[in-house]
Design a protein around this ligand. Structure first.
Ligand code: UT7
Length: 322
């Protein structure tokens, strides 16, 4: 049976850096509070007119270039995002045309912060089933577009960015296991209450804006990720000691540290980018992966545990032999 192997990675960030000190001028917060509670020092914010699709396109182009794969060779594009350029067509269709991959399957997956992990899981299944050979998987967001910059509880947490991988069918492993989960019963703890069918204003007449009960989300995230990494190890037939790198969702350094502790991993085996990127939702895991590959930390043949948790709730993971 074919495995889905990551041939190359790519990423893209907006140019504009917004530091914690910048946010001190907007809301009643402090660099000390943000750093100690989240690990975030700065985030990137998309320029006016710069979209999720623009970032996704740049990340995808870099991954395709490094993979030596032409866009016209792709069988499928799966793009995780909760901040698409348009309601439709899917952002995957937009970048398909920009890349010149016209004709292949292209669709978006909305699983909030787990979007990239869901997209990777879907792409892996298509390749394993023999229905696709070359797939572009992207996680891309401009989450700051739905941030209320007067709300200190949320505006300090998020950033914009995109990451991509090119997957290819291979006899060599590859993606070893993927786990995808959701529990819509937790909807109200982390959500954006406006939309096409529900209407573009909520009952308080707010526009598009993230609502989050931070403390509750934190608790469920830690507990859920704890059992998720256990399940991922079991499904991959591996033990904690077999994992070379943990590449977690970058929402909060304290959540990342709890997962590392559960795995018995020291923090020097964990990829951390939350300090520079903040929470980029679907962009976070592939951005961290690309940073780890480009820095030379992650090497061929190593086992990577990727995981994410977000609105829905959704949570998802993958064990990958890089
Ligand atoms: O990616 C999707 C998943 N999302 C997450 O994983 C996020 C999970 N949650 C978290 O990361 C954390 O809960 C937060 C970083 C959001 C908040 O940290 P916390 O340690 O849970 O703080 P808290 O919400 O319990 O708030 C503690 C205090 C409160 O003041 P009082 O009530 O103790 O007087 C808040 O009003 O901190 C206050 N606070 C702030 N102070 C300064 C909240 N936001 C800020 C802020 N600056 N930006």
């Amino acid at each position: 049976m074919s495995f889905a192997r990551i041939v190359a990675t790519g990423s893209a960030l907006p140019e504009r850096v917004v530091t914690n000190a910048d946010l001190e001028k907007l809301v009643d917060t402090s660099d000390e509070w943000i750093r100690s509670r989240t690990g975030i020092r700065e985030r990137r914010v998309a320029a006016e007119g710069e979209t999720t699709g623009d970032l996704a396109f740049r990340a995808a182009r870099q991954a395709l270039h490094d993979a030596g794969v032409k866009a016209s060779e792709l069988d499928m594009i799966v793009l995780g995002t909760t901040t698409p350029d348009l309601i439709f067509p899917a952002t995957a269709c937009l970048i398909q045309d920009w890349l010149g991959a016209n004709g292949c399957a292209a669709f978006d997956v909305n699983a909030a912060c787990s979007g990239f992990m869901y997209a990777l899981g879907i792409a892996d299944k298509f390749i394993r089933a023999g229905n696709a050979k070359k797939v572009l998987v992207v996680g891309a967001e401009t989450l700051t577009r739905m941030v209320d910059w007067s709300e200190r509880e949320t505006c300090v947490l998020f950033g914009d960015g995109a990451g991509a991988v090119v997957l290819e069918a291979s006899d060599e492993p590859g993606v070893l296991a993927t786990c995808l989960h959701a529990d819509g019963g937790y909807k109200d703890l982390l959500w954006n209450p406006v939309g096409v069918s529900a209407g573009f204003k909520d009952e308080k007449n707010h526009g598009v804006r993230i609502n989050m009960s931070g403390r509750e989300v934190f608790k469920v995230a830690v507990k859920t990720l704890d059992s998720l990494v256990g399940q991922t190890l079991r499904e991959a037939g591996m033990h904690e000691k077999d994992v070379d790198w943990l590449i977690p969702h970058q929402a909060n350094l304290r959540i990342i540290e709890a997962t590392a502790k559960r795995l018995g991993m020291s923090m020097d085996r964990v990829i951390v980018t939350v300090d520079k990127h903040a929470n980029t939702s679907s962009g976070s895991v592939p951005l961290a992966l690309d940073a780890a590959v480009r820095s030379g930390k992650v090497r061929r043949g190593q086992n990577l545990l990727l995981e994410a948790f977000g609105g829905g709730f959704t949570w998802a993971s993958a064990m990958v032999r890089y």
